[in-house]
Design a protein around this ligand. Structure first.
Ligand code: IVH
Length: 675
């Protein structure tokens, strides 16, 4: 069937429109139409091409989504060899000066000659690609290969939206553009995040991500990987008057619709190259992609030609590197660290390695899930990354270098510092020590919190003093605060007679806080001031709170499963109970402030006891109820007001449920009695 002329015109129009929007979105970062409109144009073009396959052209944006899998990559002989550049090993300012000196010498410039003009740009850390445009249409994309012959990766390159399939403006007969394909950091993080969610393997770093995508046999896989591209040079050209300078070439490429990185300058002499080097180094960590240095190029193409090549490297360009942010080393041990808040972090002890400008011997493994996911083991060779001031981290393992005996890491069940149980809520990543008040790793933090204004309000007990008290081993737990005396304090800095007495007075004054403050002061994870108040109001006494199980705790308004579990874990830890007992011995305890029930709730009310209570005998419970004016009966009837049920409660409990009688456990009974 012949293709109607209008269909051909429409397809051409749509191709132009879609590519214009692509350029605006991916290159200029300034979208021109809403996504929905873009999708509509795209689908219309797809439909047209479906109906009239003759309309399908090499530069059609529909070809970006990835075609059929390939058998392999065909070899491509480069019309102009793709050479590499010399790397200046001196990462300091000397590198720029040495390059400038070589250039001046090669050009036989006398000392009196003016400074040479250079184009300075970034050295992108990705994969070099040659894009061949014929009459403005992208016809082939090839990797560098050995410099003479690369591989045809056109299908995969087409999936990169930043690369125009057709050039803007009056296009040369032949224009080969060289540049770097890379994956930006945010795209890399997003992609890995998604892979993890799908339970699929994550990429080790953006560089591997980019290289791996381009060498995907299945272009649909490549299409899923978010890649970027920056042009930085030329290959073969024909039918095009070359600009006079490298800067001019890059400007022309921008005119054709190609992406060129904005961080580039034209400067004069070595001093200005060094300035560029320093300026880019300072912003390296803020760039959304990885660079491993900067590149200096003699700006005038005529001079480039004059300088020529030496052993397959141009004399007119040099890469001036930065210290690497990633390096290989060996995991000597995996240990866990306890942070000030009790967070337990696995840490890899590494064979010392120079990375990110410092020698690194430890790297965080973040948490147990992360260790599992990356499968880091003792003896493994790993890639360590340190970017900026960020804590060094292990980015991945070189699986092929794993020793035969490499046991999996197991998170300890008890805190390595204090021996308390380690808790890890199922839906949380971080494991924590439950030793709170007792754990030396958390001691200072716990004491500061204990003494803080909204907790025990011990005036004058600030960070400096807590440091001195703990470091001098005068105080281990809050109990020790109440055992301090003037003689012991006298040895401390700035703790002369008056200050010491003031502190001791403040400590003494703090002995009878409200129950809410006392609960808050304990520093139970997830228990802030307002939860502490709710707990105090609900339970009425610390004893009642301490024996409450998670079900009971969840009856408190705003206490959900996470908070309930934190509270239960805290009191289950013997070390914490010891601290509370110790405090009671030095007469520190919370006093209930707001009663929950009035006497009328007990006086004249009928109670029935059933089952075994955790810590009260039946006689004891009976005596307590009667002392407050209540009655205790033997069987449940409509007249029963409360049934107090313990373990193995039998038919009385069933009856109570049947009649809708209020059922209390021991803690609730105590709360009622204490009101
Ligand atoms: S120019 C003849 N400019 O670094 C000069 N290369 O060995 C050709 N690279 O693999 C290279 N950023 O992929 C040039 N702004 C830049 C670059 C750059 C990264 C890569 C290139 C090549 C290596 C140079």
């Amino acid at each position: 069937m012949a293709v109607p002329r209008e269909a051909g015109q429409r397809a051409e129009f749509l191709r132009g429109e879609i590519e214009r929007h692509n350029h605006a979105y991916y290159v200029l970062d300034a979208p021109t139409v809403p996504d929905a409109e873009y999708d509509r144009l795209f689908r219309e073009l797809q439909a047209l091409e479906g109906e009239f396959p003759e309309l399908l052209t090499a530069d059609s944006p529909t070809q970006r989504v990835g075609g059929k899998p390939l058998d392999g990559f065909a070899p491509v002989r480069h019309a102009v060899p793709m050479l590499s550049i010399r790397t200046e090993t001196d990462t300091g300012p000397g590198g720029a000066a040495a390059f400038d000196a070589r250039v001046r010498k090669a050009l036989a410039l006398p000392e009196s000659a003016p400074p040479v003009e250079y184009a300075a740009e970034l050295k992108f850390d990705g994969l070099a690609i040659n894009l061949r445009y014929q009459h403005g249409v992208l016809v082939q994309a090839a990797t560098r290969g050995d410099g003479e012959t690369g591989e045809d990766v056109t299908q995969n390159i087409r999936t990169i939206r930043r690369i125009p399939l057709r050039l803007n403006g009056a296009a040369p007969e032949v224009l080969e553009v060289r540049g770097e394909v890379f994956m930006s950091r945010p795209d890399f993080e997003r992609y890995n995040e998604q892979q993890r969610r799908l339970g699929k393997p994550a990429l080790v770093n953006p560089r591997n991500g980019a290289a791996g995508s381009i060498r995907q046999i299945d272009p649909r896989m490549a299409a899923e990987r978010p890649l970027s591209f920056y042009a930085y040079g030329l290959g073969e050209t024909a039918g095009w008057p070359l600009p006079a300078t490298h800067g001019g070439v890059l400007d022309a490429l921008i005119g054709f619709g190609l992406p060129v990185c904005e961080h580039r300058v034209v400067v004069r002499g070595a001093g200005q190259l060094i300035e560029f080097h320093d300026r880019i180094l300072a912003m390296r960590d803020q760039l959304p992609f990885d660079i491993d240095g900067v590149v200096y190029k003699v700006n005038a193409l005529a001079l480039q030609q004059e300088l020529g090549f030496v052993s397959r490297e141009p004399r007119w360009a040099v890469a001036h590197k930065y210290p690497p942010q990633e390096a290989l080393t060996i995991v000597e041990a995996i240990e866990v660290q306890v942070g000030r808040t009790g967070a337990i972090t696995p840490v890899a002890r590494l064979a010392p390695v120079f990375v990110g400008g410092v020698t690194v011997t430890n790297a965080t493994l973040h948490n147990e899930d992360e260790v599992r996911r990356k499968d880091v083991r003792i003896g493994d060779t790993v890639i360590v990354r340190r970017a900026g001031d960020v804590i060094p981290e292990v980015v991945g393992v070189l699986a092929e270098r794993r020793p035969i005996l490499a046991p999996e890491f197991i998170m300890p069940k008890t805190c390595p510092v204090c021996g308390s149980a380690v808790e890890k809520p199922e839906d949380e990543a971080i494991a924590r020590c439950t030793g709170g008040l007792y754990c030396p790793a958390q001691r200072k933090q716990a004491l500061l919190h204990f003494a803080s204004r909204r907790a025990m309000d011990i005036e004058g007990l600030g960070e400096k003093l807590v440091d001195q008290l703990v470091d001098g081993d005068l105080v281990r737990t809050p109990v020790d605060l109440y055992r301090l005396d003037p003689e012991r304090l006298a040895g401390l800095e700035r703790m002369g007679g008056k200050s010491a007495n003031n502190l001791l007075a403040a400590i003494e004054r703090s002995k009878a806080p409200s129950l809410a403050r006392f609960i808050f002061a304990l520093g139970i994870r997830n228990v802030g001031e307002s939860t502490a108040k709710d707990l105090a109001r609900h339970f009425g006494s610390l004893e009642a709170l301490m024996v409450a199980d998670e079900t009971r705790l969840r009856q408190v308004p705003d206490v959900g499963p996470v908070v309930a579990a934190s509270i239960a874990h805290f009191f289950a830890e013997a070390h914490n109970r010891e601290v509370i007992d110790g405090l009671a011995k030095v007469s520190v305890r919370g006093t209930p402030s707001e009663p929950v029930a009035t006497d009328s709730e007990i006086v004249g009310k009928t109670f029935v006891l059933t089952g075994t209570l955790p810590s009260l005998t039946r006689d004891d419970a009976k005596a307590r109820i009667e002392s407050r004016g209540g009655k205790v009966a033997g069987s449940v009837s409509k007249k029963t007001d409360f049934v107090v049920a313990g373990a193995e409660a039998g038919s009385k409990l069933d009856k109570a449920r049947e009649l809708g009688v209020i059922i209390l456990d021991q803690a609730q009974l105590m709360e009622l009695l204490q009101s």
